[in-house]
Write a new protein. Sequence first.
Length: 268
Amino acid sequence: MGREQVVQRVELATDVSVAFVEQGDRMGPAVVLLHAWGESLGSFDRLTPLLPESLHVFALDQRGHGDADKPADGYDLATLGEDVTAFMDAVGLPAAVLVGSSSGGYLAQQTAVVHPDRVTGLVLVGSPKTLRGRALFADEVTRLTDPIDPVRVRTFLESFPLFHDVPDPYVADRVNDMVRMPARVWRSSLTGLTTSPAPIDSGEISALTMLLWGDRDGLLTREDQEDLAARISGSRLLVYEGVGHLVLWEQPERVAADLVSFIQDLTS
């Protein structure tokens, strides 16, 4: 995560232990970074060095991912959302801006719907409107066995084309994230995302929201992004031209600048 961050652990009230890193001014605006399915807190390694020390930034491994506990259950969206607020309780955050990449943004939406008082703002980076009923990667995931084959993981990642240069070590770290996830977690977490009700269909999001979406995203359509933005009062959609689904991977500098501007608007 840069700046010689020390990985810490905390036990959550939801009975899982997760790893996290922290940086910045503890009196500054709080920001919690939520990674995508299959990734880890390391996915923010290129973003966090670009954020000012005035922000109090946390990144955590979600259950089943990275160095977090990998229990047999608890991968439905409701439980994952409770993990987020339990993490905030454990580190003493009354509220925070939630920044979610891909399915991490889906989780951020869930938290904002159920616990609006804990969310001061939302930044959804290539985040879906709904995953319910979508047969995403089901065939590939069903065939996975332990130990996870890194060659198969790299082939899987090639289904997300990159339109900008991404450093090879960063990609290798994301492959390692996926290799470290047991096959049962791949299946359980994907099932949890695709069978849970979409947050936007379950309640209202009142937090000020910014959506960042790449116009070459082959997974999420412009129509869905515009509809999601329309259903969140006061939100705005920023379109990154020539960028694919992996916005965070391709454009960390732009994401950082837009996040800082968003927080400045929130606090001005």
